[in-house]
Each structure stands twice: as structure tokens, then as C-alpha cells.
Design a protein around this ligand. Structure first.
Ligand code: UDP
Length: 240
């Protein structure tokens, strides 16, 4: 345990990372690969909370139209995060890791209701806690849910695991000379409207001084090295 730089981490995975090379849905091999990295972290002694998005299945704002009301779309999006959480729970359990899915919406025949004190107890016992159904409210995102839960459980670090290496001045896929930022403040990210997380999520993290790492989840072993203190990806802090 001594080589760990953090005790409790909240890891946010976007729904898209679960779909692997597929255009949508859940790729079981990708879920297994991610579960294996998460399992390694827990075995090393990290107390781990997970928030998984639902973008691989449905995003409310994208589906909202005259035919589908936004709130209904967001309810569907939140349920999509529960589907992803169950897939990850299953993969982790097959590796022998204890897991609890806790939902912000009440569906307690499928998983536990989210109760903060109970979530913290699960973490103390070494169980992975997957926070499902976002914040439980429409018009929010799972980035905001990740910030909120990270603060509630007293995480030392929030990790946003994505498909890119960190924060850039522009989309590095589209802009060849996009500048990579190894370290920046939340205010810089907000002022420059950088594509890090939505405003609500950034402001929550800033006001509660929780550090955020944005990193590429497809670099094998990177999450573990980050947990051991290596400067991987971009670091966003309240004050430099
Ligand atoms: N959602 C919501 N409230 C929340 C979190 C999520 O209504 O607190 C809905 C919203 O429709 C969102 C969808 O769930 O588009 C999936 O979440 P998100 O888009 O954050 O997933 P990601 O992009 O991380 O895969």
C-alpha cells in the first residue's frame, strides 16, 4: 500500500469507452479489460468509486425532439447508466472483486439505493461502489454526478478516463497543432471553454478543491501508475 499516492479515488468512465470499436452498446471484451485494471487498483488498496456514463446507449439531450420530451430522454439516459453499471459489476465479480451498484433512482430490486453513509462503509470494506443513474435528476450529466459523488465520499482525486490523452486547446483529432495542457486551473478551463467537463461539474470541483486528472483509459496500466503518483494526462486544480 505504501507506494500509493491516493487512498480513495472516484473514477469516471464515459459510456463511450465501454463500446470499444463498436459504434454503440457494450463490448464485453472492453468491459473486461477495464474491469481488470479496476480490479488491480482495488487489490493494491485503493478505495474506488466508479461513475459510468450512458452515452453508448442514449443521451437525453440528443434524443429530445418533438416526439420525445427532454425529461423522458434524460430518464432513459439515467437508466442507460444503470445498464452499464450492471455490466461492469458482473465483470468485476467474475474477477472475485466485491461490488455494489448504488442508484440515484430507486430500482432496488436491481441494485441498492444510493445512501452516502452506506456507500462510504462499502468503500471502507474494500468494495467497489458503482454510482448509477447519475445525480437522479434530468438536465444533469454523469460528469456532474462524478464531481458530486467524489465530494460526498471525500475522494482525494477524481479521474476522468477518456479516449484522449488529456486537455488540449482544441480537439487534437481535428486540429493538428492543438496545445496539450499538463496542468491548469478550473478557472482557466472555464474561461477558455476547454472541453474538460460541463460547467456544473467544473464549478463543483473548483469550489470543493478536488483535483481532477483527465487521462487516456486505453493506455494499459496508466490508471495504476496514476494512483502511484505518476503525472499522467492533465491535472486540473482549484489554484496553482
Ligand atoms: N443523465 C441525467 N442526469 C444525470 C446524469 C445523466 O439526466 O444526473 C442522463 C442524460 O440524458 C445524459 C445521459 O443520462 O445524456 C447519459 O449520461 P452522460 O451523457 O453524462 O454519459 P457519458 O457522456 O458520460 O457517456
Amino acid at each position: 500500500m505504501s507506494n500509493l499516492a491516493y487512498k480513495r479515488i472516484l473514477l469516471k468512465l464515459s459510456g463511450e469507452v465501454l463500446m470499444g470499436e463498436q459504434g454503440a452498446g457494450i463490448d464485453p471484451h472492453t468491459v473486461q479489460r477495464l474491469a481488470s485494471e479496476i480490479n488491480d487498483l482495488c487489490r493494491a488498496g485503493i478505495e474506488l468509486g466508479l461513475v459510468i456514463g450512458g452515452g453508448n446507449i442514449i443521451r437525453g439531450a440528443e434524443k429530445a425532439s418533438e416526439a420525445l420530451d427532454r425529461v423522458t430522454g434524460d430518464h432513459m439516459g439515467m437508466l442507460a447508466t444503470v445498464i452499464n453499471a450492471l455490466a461492469m459489476q458482473d465483470a468485476l465479480e467474475h474477477m472475485g472483486q466485491q461490488v455494489r451498484v448504488m442508484s440515484a433512482l430507486k430500482i432496488n430490486q436491481v441494485c441498492e439505493d444510493y445512501i452516502r453513509r452506506r456507500a462510504v462503509r462499502h468503500l471502507e470494506k474494500g468494495r467497489v461502489v458503482i454510482f448509477a443513474a447519475g445525480t437522479g435528476n434530468p438536465f444533469f450529466t454523469t460528469d456532474s454526478a462524478a464531481s458530486l459523488r467524489a465530494i460526498e465520499i471525500g475522494a482525494d482525486l477524481l479521474i476522468k478516463a477518456t479516449k484522449v490523452n488529456g486537455v488540449y486547446s482544441a480537439d487534437p483529432v481535428k486540429v493538428a497543432d492543438a496545445v496539450f495542457y499538463p496542468e491548469l486551473t478550473y478557472d482557466e478551463a472555464l474561461d477558455q471553454r476547454l472541453n474538460v467537463m460541463d460547467t456544473t461539474a467544473l464549478v463543483l470541483c473548483r469550489d470543493h478543491s478536488i483535483p481532477l486528472r483527465v487521462m487516456n483509459v486505453f493506455q494499459t496500466g496508466a490508471i495504476m501508475r496514476l494512483a502511484q503518483g505518476e503525472a499522467i494526462g492533465s491535472l486540473i486544480v482549484s489554484e496553482k
